[in-house]
Design a protein around this ligand. Structure first.
Ligand SMILES: O=C(O)c1ccc[n+]([C@@H]2O[C@H](COP(=O)([O-])O)[C@@H](O)[C@H]2O)c1
Ligand SMILES: Cc1cc2nc[nH]c2cc1C
Length: 343
């Protein structure tokens, strides 16, 4: 153990409370201090949303128009989406990065790779060049945040069809019983659609299975620009020593890819909430995260980073306590003196 790691443990254990009584909050505070590798006096959070369209929607895997990606991303920029309302309400800066919305004009920060990916039921979602570009855009946004003094990131996404790309990527890199990783997405209880999604994913993995050897291949063949940019951003957090919150199913799959490509990313990643999507538990397990390590179980399944931003708000209270609480040594001494005076 380094001197810094010892100092972090001493700080957390010496807060004026029964050891461990702040539960997951104190474990996450410890993880953040360790990820920084130095003491910061203030939390400087930023929320990053990667937005893109997915060609697979043309195979009929969603219930609503893919135009919602464009419209909702505009709302995000304007501050009128759920997650950007959460950010504004809590004074958390945010950015929307257009990595491939199917629109002529870009929304937010223009990093458009193409107007959506290809339909992976017909051809691979993206080319190798596009895959590398998406990874590097993610890394570039983390480097830009680092330059501004950001020391905690949270990630979200916007992309109609991305529960299908995420379930496909997860199925490709994970577990034998694939059907149960596929969920309703934003079409709750639409069982017909669910069965169709499962078929589309099964067929694609039969077609590309032999070509997919790792998470990078999975992202390229059946993933999305948003997922890939998220993966690139998460890997970059490692080098920038910036801990980050993931959100729901999509960001958990991006993290599973990042951890497969760069295992030390795990130490920088914090879970925020348990998405209702059935693949959430499997995605987290691939990252070495158990359900009981997830602070919010609130039946969220919106995406955008809504759960991640709520976790930042909780964490901010915890970090304030870390920096301002009385110490256990101090209160024990005070109590002993008080007791001596009384007796
Ligand atoms: O993050 C999650 O767990 C999550 C679960 C269900 C839906 N979503 C959001 O809904 C969109 C994807 O849903 P779908 O049905 O179009 O695949 C996308 O914009 C996500 O942000 C997100
Ligand atoms: C309205 C709407 C908002 C969203 N935000 C993230 N995914 C979404 C999907 C829909 C349909």
């Amino acid at each position: 153990m380094t001197a810094y790691q010892n100092a972090v443990d001493r700080l957390i254990h010496n807060l004026a409370k029964p050891p461990g009584s702040l539960g997951l909050l104190e474990r996450q505070a410890r993880q953040i201090l360790l990820a920084w590798e130095q003491f910061h006096k203030e939390l400087q959070p930023c929320h990053i949303i990667f937005a893109a369209d997915n060609g697979i929607v043309r195979a009929g895997v969603v219930a609503q128009l893919s135009d919602i990606t464009y419209m909702q991303s505009q709302h995000m920029v304007a501050g009128t989406s759920a997650v950007t309302c959460f950010c504004r309400c809590n004074g958390i800066p945010y950015e929307v990065v257009d990595v491939g919305i199917d629109s002529e004009d870009a929304v937010g920060i223009n990093r458009k790779i193409a107007r959506g990916t290809e339909d992976f039921s017909i051809e691979p979602a993206m080319t190798q060049v596009q895959y590398e570009k998406a990874l590097s855009i993610g890394a570039e946004r983390v480097a830009a945040a680092k330059k501004r003094g950001i020391n905690l990131l949270s990630f979200g996404e916007m992309g109609i069809g991305n529960t299908t790309t995420s379930a496909a990527v997860l199925s490709a890199i994970a577990v034998p019983d694939r059907a149960f990783l596929v969920g309703y997405g934003s079409a709750q209880r639409n069982y017909k659609l669910l069965l169709h999604k499962r078929e589309v994913i099964k067929d694609a993995l039969q077609r590309y299975g032999a070509a997919i050897h790792n998470a990078g291949d999975a992202l390229r063949y059946v993933g999305g620009f948003d997922l890939t940019a998220l993966c690139g951003a998460m890997m970059a957090c490692c080098d920038a020593q910036i801990p980050f919150y993931i959100d729901g199913f999509i960001t958990a799959v991006a993290l599973a890819c990042a951890v497969q490509l760069k295992p030390q990313v795990r130490y920088y990643a914090l879970p925020s909430h348990m998405s209702r999507e059935p693949g959430m538990t499997a995605a987290l397990r691939l990252c070495g995260i158990d359900e009981y390590e997830v602070p919010l179980h609130a039946e969220l399944s919106l995406g955008e980073g809504t759960g991640a931003v709520l976790a930042v708000v909780l964490l901010r209270s915890m970090m304030y306590a870390v920096w301002h609480m009385a110490t256990l040594d101090g209160i024990n001494t005070e109590a002993a003196e008080h007791n001596r005076e009384r007796t």
